[in-house]
Structure formats: structure tokens, C-alpha cells
Design a protein around this ligand. Structure first.
Ligand SMILES: Nc1ncnc2c1ncn2[C@@H]1O[C@H](COP(=O)(O)OP(=O)(O)OP(=O)(O)O)[C@@H](O)[C@H]1O
Length: 368
């Protein structure tokens, strides 16, 4: 039951909300669409829901034209951040709604609807609240009712747009784990829009990173984090340090540190390296290339400590993560002198055309 999106574009008068987007979604997959505000996530979801149409491109479900079907004909379940429940209906009536309004020949009997609602309320852990009205529920409970209502019609695809966006951090974390379990139990196919890259990394089978209406990268969370395809993905997913590199004969470097010979970069003169905070070694032996750094601040965050280190020779402050238990072992206190080098980085050579945005022309990875 593959949902195939091919070369979708959606133009508004002054912007391309979607620009040549292609994506195959496999049955049972949990896909997270991430990207900054205005990158096209909601537009893509609305097109799948039948609430908007592309100017170009196609969407097929098992080869059938999905766009030719109306929103009602498509068997999709929808939950939005503020998906208003019907205020005058109880929780049970809200959940039953999608089944009650079906055309008579497809409508289940009263008893079937009652059984289905019972089962769904059990699933979303709201059995005892079935008689309440939406105004008598917490935000998290309301979103669970909205999800039960979306699931009532046994959708082929579940579409969620920031469903937990308005909830506080703790409720959000609990609900996202619960959603993932529900997705697996019911063997759903889910497309989930979120601003929150941590949520996406934790939940999804694959992440789709969007930027200005285009897909920058599609991949498993670990791969996108570990092997970002573009500078945008490096900066958008996870934390990172960005360091400009200069060409030095056959190597690349910055200050007293250089990339081992054999690194790529061909004909280019400048490049940028992206280094994750956990990919910096703080005690490099004297005979290996390194930066001389000084520890500025230590921020303890539970099991992890975030450090700010300053490297005068490149005039940059970098973020480094270490396990909190290593702080004492490595005598890490503000003012400590360190010899620092990356253990892994992703670098992009930049074309020196006089364009405002230098073009990325080559990408390489160093791993020690
Ligand atoms: N009906 C519309 N008319 C004109 N422009 C629109 C319309 N709908 C969306 N846009 C524009 O298209 C772009 C993509 O919008 P979209 O809502 O898909 O982004 P998004 O990634 O979901 O953003 P957010 O995370 O803020 O919800 C934005 O620049 C938006 O202003």
C-alpha cells in the first residue's frame, strides 16, 4: 500500500510552498516531516488530506490516483494541533462521529459503533471519561480524543500536524511514546509534522527534512543525524559547531589543526566543517594536530555536561558534550587548558562564485 508522491509543486502568488517534492511512503511507516516555519510541511499534509491541491505532480496509493478522490473519499485520519472537537458532543459522540456520518450502506450498526468506540476509548486510555464534554478535559486528553476520532474510520493513512504542539514538555514526551506504540499495534501508516526535531528523531522510521518547499534529506533518524547531506541539515538537526576551513596545499585546516592528507575537496579553496558536540576529543596527544583551547563554562544537564571551550587561534567558542561523570576524572574546571580535535566531522567545499549563497560543490566525512 505504497503512497507515492511524485514531483509535487504548489505555488502561491509570492512563494513556492512545495517545489518538486517526491517521496515514497511504505505501508506501516512512521514518517516525520521536519523543517523550519514556512518550509512546506503543512502544505504537503493538506494535499494528502485533500484540503489543498498541487499545481503539478501526482500522488498515488497502490497505483491509484489519490488526488482524484475527494477529502471524504480518501480514507485518511487527521489530527491538527488545534483540531477542535465538537464542543456540544461528548467524548463518545466525538469518537463515533466519523462512523455515524457515513453513507447508509457503509455505516455500521449502532451496536457495532458502540463496540468500536469502546475499543478506541480503551486504546487511548479514556474509558472513564466517555461521558465528558471537551471543555472538561485537559489538553493531552483532548488530543487523545482527537486521535481516537481519527482512528475510528480505520484510516489507510494517519496525518498528524503538530498534534502535541500546544502541550507542555512532560505530557508531550509521554504522548509521543504512546503514539509510537499505538502506531505499531495498529499497523498504521503515519505522516507526522513537527517543528521539534527531537520528537522526530525519537518517533520516526524516516525523517524528511524540508527547507523552502524542497526536501533536503530523507533518511532514518540515526543516518540523518550522523550523516547530514547538506549544511542546512547539519544546522537544523541536532546541535553542531561550524568551522570555516582553509586549503593548505593537499590538506584542509583551521588554526593548529588540519585534516589528514587524502581528504577530499579537489579544486576548492574554502570549506566549512560541521562537528557535533560529542565529536570533539579534549585530550589530544602533543604529537597530533590539535587546537589549544581553554574551558570557559560547564553546564551540568543531568547525565551530560555541556562545555563551552574557547579556541583563540581560530577565534571561536565551541560546544562540547561529555558524560558528567567524566568531569572530575578529566579535571574539567573553567580555565583548564585543553588540546582539542574532532573525532568526526562532515565538511562541504564551497564554490567561490560571487553569489550571495555559496554553492556546495563537494561533501566529505572524516572519522577517526
Ligand atoms: N493559502 C496560502 N496562501 C499564500 N501563501 C501560503 C498559503 N498557505 C501557505 N502559504 C505559504 O507557503 C509556505 C509554506 O507554508 P506551510 O504552512 O506549508 O509551512 P510549514 O512548514 O507547515 O510552516 P509552520 O511550521 O509554520 O506551520 C509559507 O511561506 C506560507 O506563508
Amino acid at each position: 500500500m505504497t503512497l507515492a508522491l511524485k514531483r509535487l509543486s504548489r505555488h502561491f502568488p509570492d512563494i513556492a510552498a512545495l517545489d518538486d517534492v517526491s517521496l515514497d511512503i511504505a505501508p506501516g511507516e512512521f514518517i516525520a516531516l521536519v523543517g523550519p516555519s514556512g518550509s512546506g510541511k503543512t502544505t504537503l499534509l493538506r494535499i494528502l488530506a485533500g484540503l489543498d491541491y498541487p499545481d503539478e505532480g501526482s500522488v498515488t496509493l497502490n497505483g491509484d490516483d489519490f488526488l482524484a478522490a475527494t477529502a471524504r473519499e480518501r480514507n485518511v485520519g487527521l489530527v491538527f494541533q488545534h483540531y477542535a472537537l465538537f464542543r456540544h458532543l461528548t467524548v463518545r459522540e466525538n469518537v463515533a462521529f466519523g462512523l455515524r456520518v457515513r453513507p447508509r450502506r457503509r455505516r455500521p450498526s449502532r451496536d457495532q459503533i458502540r463496540a468500536r468506540v469502546d475499543e478506541l476509548l480503551k486504546r487511548v486510555q479514556l474509558v472513564e471519561l466517555g461521558g465528558r464534554y471537551p471543555s472538561q478535559l485537559s489538553g493531552g486528553q483532548r488530543q487523545r480524543v482527537a486521535l481516537a476520532r481519527a482512528l475510528a474510520v480505520e484510516p489507510d493513512v494517519l496525518l498528524l500536524d503538530e498534534p502535541f504542539g500546544a502541550l507542555d514538555a512532560q505530557v508531550r514526551t509521554a504522548l509521543r511514546r504512546w503514539l509510537r506504540e499505538l502506531h505499531e499495534e495498529l499497523e498504521l501508516t503515519t505522516v507526522f509534522v513537527t517543528h521539534d526535531q527531537e520528537e522526530a528523531l525519537e518517533l520516526a522510521d524516516r525523517i524528511v527534512v524540508m527547507n523552502k518547499g524542497r526536501i533536503e534529506q530523507v533518511g532514518r533518524p540515526h543516518d540523518v543525524y550522523q550523516d547530514p547531506a547538506t549544511p542546512f541539515v547539519c544546522e537544523f538537526i541536532g546541535r553542531t559547531n561550524r568551522i570555516p576551513l582553509q586549503r593548505r596545499g593537499t590538506t584542509w585546516g583551521a588554526g593548529g589543526w588540519s585534516l589528514p592528507a587524502g581528504a577530499s575537496g579537489g579544486r576548492f579553496q574554502s570549506a566549512v566543517a560541521y562537528i557535533r558536540p560529542e565529536h570533539l576529543s579534549l585530550s589530544v596527544p602533543d604529537d597530533e594536530p590539535a587546537w589549544n583551547a581553554r574551558l570557559r563554562h560547564v553546564y551540568l544537564a543531568g547525565s551530560i555536561a555541556h562545555l563551552d571551550i574557547h579556541i583563540a587561534e581560530i577565534n571561536q567558542t565551541l560546544e562540547v558534550d561529555v558524560a558528567s561523570e567524566d568531569l572530575a576524572r578529566l579535571s574539567l574546571v573553567p580555565g583548564t587548558a585543553l588540546r582539542v580535535a574532532p573525532t568526526r566531522l562532515v565538511a562541504f567545499a564551497l564554490d567561490e562564485t560571487p553569489a550571495a549563497q555559496p554553492l556546495v560543490s563537494e561533501r566529505w566525512v572524516m572519522q577517526r
